[in-house]
Design a protein around this ligand. Structure first.
Ligand code: SAH
Length: 414
């Protein structure tokens, strides 16, 4: 299916403009997208073919007439046309990469380009026009704005960009500005390419890029990072619990960046019973959702180590009647496993669960092949209570879930 754009304009000669060249030009040639400009003036009814009139209430400039514009819209977009109708307008919702992607996934768009002072309000309402702005400045007409919108849409259509992956790491796609780029020569006017980029260490390169992205975004567009703080929708946060090497505390906005930087590790994902797809990347949106989720959970803590987010620990399914809960814990840095940090977190939470929350029993489930975790839980005093046979299908094979539990008197005795 190709993306079909119909443009209503007083200057059809402005199209396809720059979109006839380069990447978009090839997409138009192949038929991946089409751009059809239609002259609004063709729908004028008087002998002067007038399309505008003076503003009601007085004032400068002219206003596009509603009747003429409505006829034009009805002619190009009859009933049953599912394409969204956009009106380029500085009063519109600012165009975002997310909206661009959405449009690219659809059948196309009918785009109205304003001129003069703008468009009669009644046609906006009567024809359900979605006002879209390309930024906080005023152009003399909607045509360049429409060209910009179409440029952004066409480049993300399937098959348009040579290297598909090069679309997804860009500015805004991750919720951040992109890191700086370098290419040969190695030295330019005495300035070197940062050494990490030529080191051949892909992990280090990725880490550098995320760190640079964050630095740039904080400096130039802190608004992108400040969406909403994770604690906003929550009731009373869980209390901070201080250990020797770690601190358990409620989630905060800064954790999103740290969680994002840790990404998804194949081994760790496997221990939770999932398989990581090839080049499966962890997005800022996922990180944001994850931290938001912790922030809204009444008994979830961030495991902080050396001042940074390292993992999470939660008491789920709390049953006040039977005074029991289910424990879940996750560390996301493979380099920090086996150092007793998870164990310390569990002991802090068990102490809180039994001493402060007056629970009687805490249990958990763990995949039978996750022997490292099982040893850790045993060291904390959990006992194996049973198995759910073939409870998880991982990588095409069935695996048992081990059920483990610890009771308050056992914890006190230990
Ligand atoms: N008087 C209007 C501006 C009219 S500018 C106002 O103050 O809101 C004329 C036309 O240019 C508009 O109808 C719109 O189609 C287009 N235009 C101007 N600035 C734009 C922007 N930032 N984004 C999208 N379209 C814009």
């Amino acid at each position: 299916m190709s993306f079909r754009a119909t443009i209503l304009t007083l200057y059809p000669d402005m199209f396809p403009g720059h979109l006839g060249l380069s990447l978009a030009g090839r997409a138009l040639e192949r038929g991946d997208a089409s751009i059809e400009p239609v002259n609004i003036r063709d729908f004028a009814t008087d002998k002067h073919r007038s399309v505008d009139d003076t503003p009601a209430g007085g004032g400068a400039g002219m206003v596009l007439k509603p009747d003429v514009l409505a006829s034009a819209i009805d002619a190009v977009s009859p009933e049953g046309d599912t394409r969204p109708r956009l009106l380029m307008s500085p009063r519109g919702r600012p165009l975002s990469q997310a909206r661009v992607r959405e449009l690219a996934e659809g059948p196309g768009a009918v785009i109205v380009c304003g001129r003069f002072e703008g468009v009669d309000q009644r046609v906006i309402e009567a024809r359900g026009l979605e006002e879209v702005s390309i930024g906080d400045y005023v152009l003399s007409g909607g045509e360049p704005a429409a060209l910009i919108l179409l440029d952004a849409v066409i480049r993300v259509l399937p098959g348009v960009m040579g290297n598909a992956a090069s679309g997804t790491h860009e500015s805004f796609e991750t919720g951040m500005l992109e890191h700086p780029h370098y290419t040969r020569p190695q030295v330019f006017e005495g300035r070197e390419i940062p050494a990490v980029l030529t080191s051949g260490n892909h992990k280090a390169v990725d880490e550098w890029r995320v760190a640079e992205s964050l630095k740039l975004t904080r400096a130039r567009r802190p608004d992108l990072l400040a969406e909403k703080s994770p604690g906003e929708a929550r009731g009373k946060p869980p209390p901070q619990l201080q250990g020797e090497q770690i601190l358990l505390r409620p989630a905060r906005e800064q954790d999103v960046a740290d969680r994002l930087a840790l990404g998804r590790d194949r081994e760790i994902v496997h221990m939770f019973g999932s398989e990581l797809a090839e080049n499966d990347s962890y997005s800022r949106l996922e990180a944001q959702r994850f931290i938001d989720g912790l922030g809204q959970h009444p008994h979830a803590w961030v495991i902080e180590h050396e001042g940074r987010f390292l993992g999470e620990i939660r008491l789920d399914d709390i049953d006040r009647q039977d005074r029991r809960a289910r424990l879940a814990v996750g560390l996301f840095d493979p380099g920090r496993l086996g150092q007793g940090l998870g164990r310390e977190a569990i002991m802090l939470v068990l102490n809180h669960a039994f001493a402060k929350m007056r629970l009687h029993r805490v249990d958990l489930r763990v995949l039978s092949y996750n022997t490292r975790a099982i040893r850790c839980y045993q060291a904390c005093g959990f006992r194996e209570e049973g198995r759910e046979r073939q409870a998880a299908l991982v990588g095409g094979k069935w695996h048992d879930d081990v059920i483990m539990g610890i009771l308050a008197p056992e914890f006190r005795a230990a």
